[in-house]
Every structure is written in structure tokens, then in C-alpha cells.
Ligand binder design. Structure first.
Ligand SMILES: [Zn+2]
Length: 475
């Protein structure tokens, strides 16, 4: 089983300066190697420039005079044994020369440099898998470096990072027995330095997801803005809107920072303060989302979510022009406020967390297309747009009345069952309201959240839907 634990480091000012220095050096190294790989890649694939050509000079080469490879131009393309090197190996064979030409790179631990190249390799592997083209990293995007396994040592609340030294960390949780350290990543955030440790125990298998036949309870979830989640058991999880809550303070800090003298240390401090506020919002949201995810997994062993196209939802409105080419109002300014609310919900992150917690406990999590789920009557199956009136759902065919979001979540649950090919008549729908909801504030509600620790699939906490001719009627 592989787990990842995160701790906050207690670094000395000397270590902090050293690590910041490393980050900027590693970033240059990353960007340098990225440019090299991009050039090699573009040169070979670009037919406009002739067979082989140098991108800088645009001069043509013929294969006899040029040893251009499509992997990298740094380093030697062959091993001592005569075998070909791949791009990672080529660039890593260049490292000794880098250290000779720029001796300050010797300060960085060699394995960290290697790991930096591996990060680039991963970016290209992702690209070849069909994801985005690797990008150059700005200072804001390059905030971490990592050590490979077997380099870092741990002792109680102390950690040893090679070439940096021992430092203490806030041991917020214990590493379970029998787990070995794997990759260790050091990350700089607005409020300090963090270490994230991957630990592995090979004796414990990763929990297998349940078989379809083992599913006893199902839960449909409808994502929303006002209510972050509506569950098919009638429970509504509110959306604290963390960003909006602190937006006033954020505006003030933004204004203060922008009015400081450019490049002054006062400006730097003001922006750091602003960044800490952003970090706070992220922390609050993450905490809340983890609690929701655990709550859902406790309730049911099959969770059905909506497969939302969030990027499409927050896309800009198309520009409108009249016949003279003058731009008309297209409603974008009104939509901007909505987009901000959607971003604040962070549905994508929430879904990811639910999926990962479900995988950890062996539950099944499925995304379904949410088409018509808010217009369809879960009682008689009648689909009509007018069924839904804001938060109220009234079926114009059979008169079924319900909360629109909850009724949509029931439809989502049904859709999930249909996708897996389970007949609903054999199943229990979770239909119990749990009053304490996951709260964003930690210690005060710790007692409450203990109440939620009920076994998934426990029949006592469930009550049946009434099933008439294969159709569900909520009790
Ligand atoms: Zn109906």
C-alpha cells in the first residue's frame, strides 16, 4: 500500500535561503533542458526547415554532418557499451559538464538534479500520452524539488535532507509501522516549507474495489453552487464559499499591495501577506472537501457523481458584433460573477478526493452524464423542462413534489446503477439523514464527526425505497 503524508517543516533561515536558491537553480536547469528537448523534437518533425536544421540559425544540415537526435542534443547519445541512450540518460550524462561550467550547481545534491530531469521526462511522457505540451516554468509554477527513495532519513520529529541537513518538522501524524520512505518532495508554499513523503508497505495490498455483486448501498450526488452537494438520501451539504467569505479582506490586501512602491521590500511583504490569505482559502476548502469525501464513503459503497464539463461551464461568452464590427454586450460581465462562484466550488477537486477516498476503502465511484437528470421525474420517468422551477420540482405528469437537487441526485444514482447493470429492485438506497455535517472548523466539531463513523452497508442505517414495477418511490 502506498500512502502520502504531508508535514510542515521548521527550517532555519540559512536552510530556507539555501532551498530557495536551489529552487531557482533547478528551475533554470529544468527550462534549459526543456528547451533542448523541444528543439530536438521540433527539428525532426518540422518538414518546413528541411530534413535537419538548426532552429536558431535555420541553416540546413545533412544527416552526414549532423548528429541531431529527436531526443536531446545535450550529452552523448551512446553509452559506453555502444547502446543508444534515451533522452533522460542523455541529459543526465551531461550533468558533470554542467557542474564544471557552472560550479555553483555542485551545491545541489546530485540525486535532486537527476530527479529534476525525471520530472521533465514525465512531462514529455504525459505529452506523448495526449496531454498538454510541456511548458516552461515560471517562478510561480516551480515550487518544489524531490529526493528519490533511500536518500532521506527520518528520526522522531527530525528529518535529514542530503546536502541541506537535519531539520525538525511538525509531526502532525505518525507514520505507521512497517512503512518505508519512498520519494520525498519539498515544497514551498505561501506560509512556509512543506515535505510530502510517500510511504510504502509491500505487505499490505492496495484495497481492491468491490465486486459489482457486493454492492449493497448506492448514493447519487448532485453537485451545485448554493448547496455543494445534494445526496439521494435527502441530505444537503452546504457550500461555505470560502473565497467569497474572505473576498473583502482579499480586496483590501490586493489594493494595499498594488499601491506600494514597485520593487520595494514593503511591496514584497504585502504580496506575501496576500498569498498567505489565498493559501488559507485553499487550506479551508481542502479540509472541508476531505471531510465530505470521507462522509460519503461511510454512507454508501457505490457513489455516483456527475460528469460535469467544468471548463465548458466557465468558458467566456462568444463576442457579439454588429454589422459595422462594433462589439455589443454579450453578458460576459454578468457571467463573470457566476464563473467565480463555480471556481470557488472546486467541483473537480472534490470529485478527485471522493474518488481517491473511495479507492482507499474499496468503494466504487462512478461518473455519469448528468443530461436530463434535473428534468426527469424519479417517480414516473416523465421528462419535461418545466418540471423544475428553481429549487422546487413538481412533476407535471404525476404531481410528484420534491427538492429539485435531491430529486436530481436520485436520478443520478439510478443512472449509475443502470451503467453497472444492477437491477435497482435488489438494492437498498441509503435513506437516512445524518444531522451533523462536515464543518470547516476543526477541533470544535471533532466530537460530532465521530457520530458519522458508521459502517458502510449497515442495514440498520438504511431504509428501503419502495419498489413498484421496477420504479423507485422514496419513502
Ligand atoms: Zn412524475
Amino acid at each position: 500500500m502506498i500512502l502520502a503524508y504531508k508535514y510542515k517543516l521548521r527550517v532555519s533561515s540559512f536552510q530556507e535561503a539555501m532551498m530557495s536558491n536551489w529552487l531557482s537553480m533547478l528551475r533554470s536547469h529544468y527550462n534549459f533542458c526543456l528547451r533542448d528537448r523541444i528543439e530536438a523534437y521540433e527539428q525532426v518533425k518540422s518538414p518546413k526547415l528541411g530534413n535537419y536544421s538548426d532552429l536558431k540559425t535555420k541553416a540546413e544540415f545533412c544527416p552526414l554532418t549532423c548528429s541531431i537526435s529527436n531526443k536531446s542534443q545535450l550529452g552523448s547519445p551512446f553509452k559506453k557499451s555502444g547502446k543508444k541512450r534515451n533522452a533522460l540518460e542523455m541529459q543526465s550524462s551531461e550533468l558533470p559538464f554542467l557542474k564544471k561550467a557552472r560550479p555553483w550547481y555542485k551545491n545541489i545534491h546530485s540525486t535532486v538534479l537527476q530527479q529534476n530531469l525525471r520530472r521533465l521526462e514525465k512531462a514529455f511522457a504525459n505529452f506523448f500520452d495526449g496531454r498538454g505540451y510541456p511548458k516552461f516554468k515560471t517562478r510561480q509554477k516551480f515550487k518544489s524539488f524531490s529526493y528519490p527513495p533511500n536518500q532521506v532519513k527520518l528520526e522522531n520529529n527530525k528529518i535529514y535532507l542530503p546536502s541541506i541537513g537535519w531539520m525538525r518538522f511538525f509531526k502532525s501524524r505518525n507514520i505507521p509501522d512497517g512503512f518505508n520512505l519512498k520519494t520525498v518532495t519539498i515544497r514551498s508554499l505561501a506560509d512556509g516549507w512543506y515535505v510530502s513523503i510517500r510511504i510504502e508497505n509491500k505487505d499490505i495490498p492496495q484495497s481492491k474495489s468491490k465486486d459489482v455483486k457486493e454492492i449493497k448501498t448506492v448514493m447519487g450526488c448532485d453537485l451545485g453552487i448554493k448547496k455543494l452537494l445534494a445526496l439521494s438520501n435527502g441530505e444537503l451539504i452546504e457550500n461555505p464559499q470560502f473565497e467569497k467569505r474572505l473576498s473583502k479582506r482579499k480586496t483590501i490586501r490586493q489594493r494595499r499591495a498594488s499601491r506600494k512602491k514597485r520593487g520595494s521590500s514593503n511591496q514584497r511583504k504585502a504580496y506575501a501577506k496576500l498569498a498567505r490569505l489565498d493559501q488559507k482559502i485553499v487550506n479551508q476548502r481542502e479540509d472541508y472537501q476531505w471531510k465530505i469525501a470521507h462522509h460519503l464513503v461511510r454512507l454508501a459503497d457505490f457513489i455516483v457523481l456527475e460528469d460535469l464539463n467544468i471548463q465548458g461551464m466557465i468558458r467566456k461568452c462568444r463576442a457579439k458584433q454588429d454589422e459595422n464590427g462594433k462589439f455589443l454586450k454579450n453578458g460576459q460581465s454578468a457571467k463573470r460573477a457566476l464563473n467565480r462562484l463555480i471556481r470557488d466550488c472546486s467541483w473537480g477537486n472534490l470529485t478527485e478526493k471522493i474518488e481517491s477516498v473511495a479507492a482507499k476503502f474499496g468503494s466504487i465511484c462512478l461518473k455519469v452524464n448528468p443530461k436530463f437528470t434535473s428534468q426527469k421525474c424519479s417517480h414516473c420517468g416523465h421528462i419535461q423542462k418545466e418540471n423544475r422551477n428553481k429549487e422546487r420540482f413538481l412533476c407535471l405528469n404525476c404531481g410528484f413534489l420534491a427538492d429539485a437537487d435531491v430529486q436530481a441526485s436520485i436520478n443520478i444514482g439510478m443512472k449509475g446503477l443502470k451503467t453497472l447493470g444492477i437491477s435497482p429492485s435488489k438494492l437498498l438506497m441509503v435513506n437516512q439523514k445524518v444531522t451533523p455535517k462536515p464543518e470547516s472548523t476543526g477541533s470544535r466539531n471533532r466530537e460530532k464527526s465521530v457520530l458519522l463513523e458508521t459502517e458502510p452497508g449497515n442495514p440498520q442505517q438504511l431504509s428501503l425505497f419502495e419498489w413498484v414495477n421496477g420504479e423507485a418511490i422514496p419513502c
